[in-house]
Write a protein that binds this ligand. Structure first.
Ligand code: AMP
Length: 273
């Protein structure tokens, strides 16, 4: 495995390579969720590039940029063992310098849900993903459905800016008790971690209701809120896959999204039905 930190050097290196390129962008502190993306990308491409970059522009002032978990050595080993060809490990100056150009997230879609809790967050996400995709120029790029709104906005960016990458959406990997894996789970103490299970439990409640024919979104949301109690809820919502409001679940075209706060930690989860 090669470790390259300079974007231009990576571009030069990739010019010398032939065949399809798979790309998995991450912020590090790799877990089984990331590994599932890496494995799929390994299987589907001749060359595999993984990036680890804790992107400062997607953190708002006062958020956890400084305390975000880093596990550089363990991450390198995981990448090595997963058959990664190139680990791209850039620094902030090489990625941003004194940039004056950045992307703006869409006015509505970028400022609802996670974008309402974290206004401006998706400007940083889209800017860094655009940069990374331009550096790597992959055939296929792999993203998790766990960050559903991020995935939606990246898919939109790729389509509307006529980018040639194929975006591959991957299912959420969970702990055996249902908790969606996240680098931020290490912030949870024992009590908060138990409380956090109410998030995946609320999605199971929704699944049960839908499978028994109860598809009215308001009714499902009400039951999910009861399951989540007493967690602080940022949002519970049911949208179609274009992120528009719907009154009834449309099988095959619906995403149910939850953000709740356990202790001090914001946790996202969702269900695609
Ligand atoms: P992050 O390092 O949090 O920026 O995540 C890097 C990629 O891994 C993103 O596309 C995430 O959506 C994806 N990811 C994070 N957690 C999971 C998970 N539990 N299951 C599947 N993919 C995930």
């Amino acid at each position: 495995m090669q470790i390259i930190s300079n974007p231009l050097e990576l571009q030069e290196y990739l010019k010398t390579q032939k065949g399809s390129v798979g790309f998995v962008p991450t912020m590090g502190a790799l877990h089984e969720g990331h590994i599932s993306l890496i494995k799929r990308a390994r299987a589907e491409n001749e060359l595999l590039v993984v990036s680890i970059f804790l992107n400062p522009t997607q953190f708002l002032k006062g958020e956890d940029l400084d305390s975000y978990p880093t596990k550089d050595e363990a991450d390198k080993k995981i990448c090595e063992m997963s058959g990664v060809d190139v680990l791209f490990f850039p620094n902030v100056v090489d990625m941003y310098g004194d940039d004056e150009v950045s992307l703006q997230a869409p006015n509505v879609r970028g400022y609802v849900l996670e974008g309402a809790t974290r206004p401006g967050h998706f400007n940083g996400v889209l800017t860094v993903v655009m940069k990374l995709l331009n550096i790597v120029n992959p055939t296929n790029a792999y993203f998790g459905k766990k960050d559903a709104q991020q995935l939606n906005l990246i898919t939109l960016m790729v389509k509307q800016l006529f980018m040639s990458v194929n975006v591959v959406a991957m299912d959420t990997v969970r702990e055996s008790d249902g908790l969606a894996l996240s680098s931020r789970n290490i912030y949870l103490n024992e009590y908060d971690r138990k409380e956090a299970l109410k998030i995946s439990a609320s999605l199971r409640v929704a699944t049960k209701m839908v499978s028994s024919g109860k598809i009215k979104t308001q009714e499902i949301i009400q039951n999910m809120r009861e399951t989540l109690y007493p967690l602080e809820i940022a949002y519970v919502t049911i949208l179609n896959r274009d992120f528009e409001n719907i009154n009834s679940v449309e099988i095959g075209n619906t995403v149910i999204l939850v953000e709740a706060i356990a202790g001090e930690t914001r946790l996202l989860d969702n269900l695609w039905i």
